[in-house]
Design a protein around this ligand. Structure first.
Ligand code: CMP
Length: 142
């Protein structure tokens, strides 16, 4: 049998969750789901930085609202590590729209709208590599 592969993904606790005091609850769920937190920091994005992070969504109708929301307050960015971390974190969060997310997921339990959905996660290995490098230098990831 092949060795199970440790994988890394980028997670964000968004401004809606931060302002509602939900960071502790979300961090507990991250621990319970079996992730190691490889790196973590709190920061506030400028609108320009939010546009760069979400560049794949440029041109979509929600891009302006998304980037102003993501730069509206402090966020926590983290690199999570686990076997199958990308899919596992997406399962832990639930799908983008809280109304459609599975019971017990972060977005279903805590999210209030498709925009104010509390957390972000990378959707594939290449986006994880881009998103991790957007926030963390290699010496922060040892
Ligand atoms: P996230 O996983 O961070 O990726 C892009 C974000 O855009 C998404 O979560 C939502 O918060 C936000 N968003 C706002 N409107 C929409 C929409 N109609 N469809 C998808 N994402 C949306």
């Amino acid at each position: 049998m092949p060795e199970p592969r440790l994988e890394r993904t980028l997670a964000i606790i968004k401004p809606d969750a931060m302002s509602r005091g939900l960071a502790g609850d979300i961090l507990s769920r991250i621990h319970r789901a079996g992730f190691s937190i490889v790196a973590i920091k709190s920061l506030r994005l400028t609108p320009f930085q939010a546009e760069g992070f979400y560049a794949v969504h440029r041109g979509k109708g929600f891009f302006g609202e998304l980037t102003s929301f993501m730069s509206s307050g402090k966020i926590i960015v983290m690199v999570l590590e686990a076997e199958g971390a990308i899919a596992r974190w997406r399962d832990t969060m639930g799908v983008t729209d809280p109304a459609k997310a599975s019971p017990g997921s972060i977005r279903r339990d805590l999210g209030t709208s498709i925009q104010n959905n509390c957390t972000h996660g990378s959707d594939a290995a290449d986006t994880a590599a881009f998103e991790i490098s957007y926030f963390f230098a290699s010496h922060e990831l040892l």
